[in-house]
Design a protein around this ligand. Structure first.
Ligand SMILES: Cc1cc2nc3c(=O)[nH]c(=O)nc-3n(C[C@H](O)[C@H](O)[C@H](O)COP(=O)(O)OP(=O)(O)OC[C@H]3O[C@@H](n4cnc5c(N)ncnc54)[C@H](O)[C@@H]3O)c2cc1C
Length: 400
């Protein structure tokens, strides 16, 4: 019996026989009050291979679901587990199931290792434009050397930068936050670096062009320069350790930064080699909004991932000044959400699906509107559903 890992609910029926980590059988968990929207009201059956069973049970317990039964299916010795609604079936075939998972707890995530009063002094290694000819504005990829200190981080966190100089009152500038665009191993996969994706803020005021203090400082900075760095901070945008999760990413402009880190962790060959405990097998869907084609960021990498992992990576673009939405207006990211509402909601019904949104704050109302309409088409109330997703740690937003 493997009863102890299932808790002590008296109503639950458990029928398993002996199970081991190398068990090739599939297990069907019968659960009620689990999932989002209409799913919570129905009794559901979720089938997973044994290595994923404990994690599923934990997720159900965390989300307040009630397990009614766990049944094991017999399979012929040596045969592979069959696909299920919880385990994504079209994963890269040769990927082994790891014995050990990455840390799950948010408590394991480093925060505020360096504070503004005593920042880390990083050295600029690289600073180059991410934009192609004809793009609007200025967006740079900037990498810092961290090797002399103890500043480490995980995907989805941010760091603070304190620009050189003083503000209008003669005081040192305050820090600005930037989402980390590299994985914990850095762009060289050797550790000891961090990369950012920074757009220079520029606007017109009384006929004068105003340049943002920190974004201009960063976009202009030369390799070799020393920079005050704080952090890391943030637990909102962490990637789940589940290799079978589905990850929907909604990004505008530099909001691509955390998504670039996730996608490298999922698909970059050197990263996969570094992470035997994270061999991504789920679906990753990036929906990216930019004004013009030359403003697309990290495009070559994403095209490579598409070619190498066509079953696992999907990439949808909203290029507002070049594409039209069905009403003849500019194509924004929310128009793409509306266009694919059915598929997005089908994915969201799967408890393994997480949605991440990052970019300028102005993107939020449009996405909310699109999700409201998409939910209504399925007989669901987005205003009820979103807090449930948030509570289940499956709806992640970082806008600025
Ligand atoms: C969690 C988080 C993550 C972030 N990640 C990134 C990232 O990955 N990449 C990135 O580029 N940025 C990111 N930012 C934004 C970044 O922190 C800075 O806010 C941004 O770079 C501007 O800073 P600045 O010093 O250049 O501008 P500042 O000199 O501080 O100027 C900003 C101020 O200018 C004014 N202003 C701005 N626009 C206008 C306008 N159109 N008209 C009139 N006044 C205006 C406003 O008062 C605004 O507060 C992030 C922010 C947060 C909170």
């Amino acid at each position: 019996m493997i009863g102890p890992i299932f808790g002590s609910d008296a109503r639950m029926r458990v029928s398993t026989g002996k199970a081991t980590q190398s068990d090739g059988r599939m297990f069907t968990v019968v659960v009620e009050g689990f999932g989002v929207g209409l799913q919570r009201r129905a009794e559901r059956r979720i089938t997973v291979p044994f290595p994923q069973l404990q994690r599923l049970m934990q997720t159900i317990a965390q989300q307040g679901g009630r397990i009614l039964a766990v049944n094991a299916e017999e399979v012929p010795a040596g045969s592979a587990p069959a696909p299920s609604d919880a385990a994504v079936s079209d994963a890269p075939a040769a990927t082994p199931t790891p014995a050990k998972k990455a840390p799950v707890s948010h408590a394991d995530v480093p925060v505020n290792l360096y504070k503004p009063k005593d920042p880390f002094i990083g050295t600029v290694l690289d600073n180059y434009s991410l934009l192609a000819e004809g793009a609007i504005g200025r967006v740079n990829h900037i990498t810092f050397d961290l090797s002399e200190g103890n500043l480490h981080y995980v995907e989805g966190q941010s760091i603070g930068i304190i620009p050189d100089g003083e503000d209008a009152n003669g005081k040192p500038h305050k820090l600005r936050l930037y989402s980390i665009a590299s994985t914990r191993h850095g762009d060289n996969c050797e550790g000891g670096t961090v990369s950012l994706c920074v757009r220079q803020l520029q606007y017109e005021k009384d006929g004068t062009t105003i340049n943002g203090v920190c974004s201009t400082f960063l976009c202009d900075i030369e390799p070799g320069a020393k920079v005050k760095i704080t952090g890391p901070v943030g637990k909102e945008m962490l990637l789940p350790p589940d290799e079978d999760a589905n990850i929907i990413m909604l990004a505008t402009g530099t909001g691509i930064a955390p998504m670039r880190a996730y996608l490298r962790r999922m698909f970059e060959p050197a990263e996969r080699a570094k992470n035997p405990e994270y061999q991504f097998r789920g679906k990753a869907w990036l929906i990216m909004g930019v004004p013009k084609t030359p403003n697309l960021l990290y495009e070559d990498d994403f095209q490579r991932y598409l070619a190498e992992y066509p079953e696992n990576f999907r990439y949808t673009k909203a290029i507002s000044r070049e594409q039209q939405n069905p009403s003849g207006g500019r194509m924004y990211i929310q128009d793409r959400v509306t266009e694919h509402a059915d598929e997005i909601f089908s994915l969201i019904e799967d408890p393994k699906t997480h949605v991440y949104m990052c970019g300028l704050r102005g993107m939020e109302p449009g996405i909310d509107e699109a999700m409201t309409a998409a939910a209504a088409a399925k007989g669901l109330e987005w205003s009820e559903l979103r807090p449930q997703l948030k509570k289940a740690d499956r709806w992640h937003v970082e806008t600025y």
